[in-house]
Design a protein around this ligand. Structure first.
Ligand code: HEC
Ligand code: HEC
Ligand code: HEC
Ligand code: HEC
Ligand code: HEC
Length: 452
């Protein structure tokens, strides 16, 4: 009597546990193919009432995460062919879409039709995807582990909102950095953090102070969030401006330069120190797609007669440092040849058009053979993390033997910070439009000393 009773209780407990597992909404890779496109409303439907938010979102990269030229080129030109021939990276054929075309991923439409076909994959990171996210699975947000519950109820930041088109529910998760981290942290097939914007934020001063992503990328302004909505003092603007907004980049790194001495004679060794500060960003710079971005310090000196010299940076001597000093001859990205099946492909210029001798602030991503790669999914190790951490400074020195022909009078030394979203050699080879690699000047400072 007792034993069958215990068994019955055990069975009840087990079936209850099984029921919870079945009822839980799948997230991450398990969510592939669990929905249909029709479960989600189109952004155009939301735009009829949320006009300003819709127009802002249309100008943000997240509304183009699937259609943007370089995204389509990298996905169809490198990731899909690589996934089809290399079992280790087979998962990225679907996985890229978990963040770039989440509704196509949920619908199991992978690879989705090319952007030119005009399918619903083109909606990219849309209103209804974000506003049906209820939370995330696990302890750390990464690899699209958000949980989406589509339907009439929209998740919002406020309580008591009334809309004729949908129901709303207040969900504090939307106000957290972890919400963004579900797509802004990425672990690759080798288990490396190839994207870690949220983790960098978490360990930096902004994370510790509770200044979240939304505070800088969705700042509050007075207005209404919908045409027939109530006036509010702090409507969250959907700007999501980042590395593709030259205004957001402007001044993001501050630079000051000074000479060791205000006077020097030709033949003297002159030492200049440049100090760089990541003053505006809540994470490292570059962040996110660090495999593609180059940020560099360019220093020149011009004498009283107008003659200009380019000063190469002093090496500091840390392991892997050569990858942070621009070289005319270094080659990289040989895995593009492996993926495309080009025998004897020599690689491309590692540093594109960055002038040789300039310091590059970057995180080198290395493929399984230890060569620098642009394919974050093919990254088996990293070089030195030489990026600029938030609210921290880095000093770089320039030791220069003053040339005999330097004219007497003021020597003007200029330090410039330049940024490129995609290293230019890769952009040229892959036919990516110039705007993606065009160098952007983000700051400058000038100092002088006297040539005696
Ligand atoms: C017919 C008009 C209309 C349409 C269409 C519409 N909304 Fe709304 N929505 C509103 C109104 C009105 C409010 C309440 C705004 C207020 O009073 O602050 C609202 C509120 C919201 C909120 C809650 C905001 C908060 O402060 O918490 C979210 C989220 C939202 N809408 C998302 C969407 C999404 C996503 C779509 C498209 C799938 C959509 N809405 C379509 C009218 C609309
Ligand atoms: C990448 C995810 C994401 C996308 C895409 C997105 N939103 Fe939001 N939205 C948010 C978050 C997060 C908040 C809350 C921010 C906060 O309060 O800190 C928000 C807030 C809102 C609010 C309330 C604003 C307020 O302060 O009262 C409305 C309404 C809204 N979104 C509608 C939309 C519509 C319509 C679209 C598409 C045109 C859209 N959202 C696209 C993430 C997103
Ligand atoms: C569903 C996944 C997803 C979520 C959630 C998400 N993002 Fe994104 N985000 C992306 C993708 C994918 C891109 C890359 C777009 C592209 O292809 O250039 C991106 C791009 C951006 C950019 C532009 C970067 C640039 O290079 O200009 C900013 C800024 C940004 N996201 C901020 C946020 C913030 C803030 C949140 C949280 C409120 C958030 N994102 C939530 C997927 C997401
Ligand atoms: C203190 C303000 C601030 C905070 C907090 C902040 N950002 Fe940024 N973010 C910036 C600035 C400024 C830039 C432009 C510089 C750059 O591209 O690195 C930027 C750039 C970005 C980019 C483009 C990075 C690149 O190199 O391609 C992404 C993506 C992004 N932010 C997402 C986030 C996410 C996600 C969070 C939260 C985990 C966050 N940001 C927190 C200010 C901030
Ligand atoms: C975990 C989410 C996630 C996954 C998975 C992911 N991405 Fe991204 N991707 C992002 C985010 C977020 C950004 C924007 C980061 C930034 O601006 O710094 C981005 C940026 C990019 C960019 C740069 C866009 C630009 O214009 O600068 C390309 C290209 C890209 N991803 C391609 C891919 C490919 C191909 C795959 C699959 C191999 C992939 N991504 C997988 C989230 C993801």
């Amino acid at each position: 009597m007792r034993i069958p009773h215990l068994l019955a209780v055990l069975c009840l407990v087990l079936s209850a546990a099984a029921a919870t597992v079945v009822a839980a909404t799948p997230s991450g890779d398990a969510a592939l193919g669990t929905r249909s496109y029709d479960d989600y409303e189109r952004p155009q439907a939301c735009a009829t009432c949320h006009i300003d938010i819709a127009r802002q979102h249309e100008q943000a990269m997240m509304s183009q995460a699937y259609t943007h030229h370089w995204d389509a080129i990298e996905y169809f030109g490198l990731a899909v062919p690589h996934a089809e021939k290399e079992p280790k990276v087979a998962g990225v054929k679907a996985g890229c879409n978990g963040c770039h075309a989440p509704i196509a991923f949920l619908a199991g439409d992978v690879p989705p039709p090319h952007p030119e076909a005009g399918s619903r994959a083109n909606e990219s990171v849309s209103c209804d995807l974000c506003h049906t996210i209820t939370g995330f699975e696990g302890d750390t947000p990464f690899n699209y582990n958000w949980i989406s519950e589509p339907g009439r109820v929209k998740q919002g930041p406020r309580a008591g909102r009334v809309s004729p088109h949908h129901d709303t529910v207040e969900n504090p998760f939307l106000r957290t950095a972890e919400f963004c981290g579900t797509c802004h942290n990425e672990k690759d097939p080798w288990g490396l953090w190839v994207k870690s914007t949220h983790l960098e934020w978490q360990e930096g001063p902004h994370g510790k102070a509770g200044i979240v992503c939304q505070d800088c990328h969705m700042p509050p302004a007075a207005g209404r969030s919908a045409t027939m909505g109530e006036p509010l003092s702090d409507v969250r603007q959907h700007l999501f401006h980042g590395a593709h907004d030259n205004g957001k980049l402007a001044g993001v790194i501050e630079v000051r330069i000074h000479p060791e001495s205000r006077e020097a004679e030709p033949g003297d060794s002159v030492r200049l120190t440049a100090t760089l500060v990541n003053a505006k960003a809540g994470h490292k710079v570059p962040s996110g797609s660090s495999e593609e971005r180059v940020l560099w310090l360019h220093v020149t000196a011009t004498d009283a007669a107008g003659k200009t010299w380019h000063l190469p940076v002093d090496a500091k001597g840390f392991a892997g440092e050569e990858m942070t000093i621009a070289s005319e001859t270094a080659l990289a990205y040989q895995d593009i040849g492996d993926i495309k099946g080009l025998a004897g492909f020599p690689g491309l210029k590692r540093d594109g058009e960055v002038p040789a001798g300039d310091r590059i602030f970057r995180l080198p991503y290395l493929d399984p053979q230890g060569r620098m790669t642009i394919a974050q999914w093919n990254t088996a190790s990293f070089g030195p993390d030489y990026r600029l951490a938030p609210l921290a400074a880095v000093n770089e020195t320039f030791t220069w033997k003053l040339p005999q022909d330097a004219a007497p009078g003021p020597m003007t030394v200029t330090a410039e910070i330049w940024y490129s979203r995609l290293v230019s050699s890769v952009a040229e080879y892959m036919n990516v439009p110039r705007e993606e690699s065009e160098p952007v000047k983000i700051n400058t400072h000038v100092t002088t000393f006297e040539v005696l």
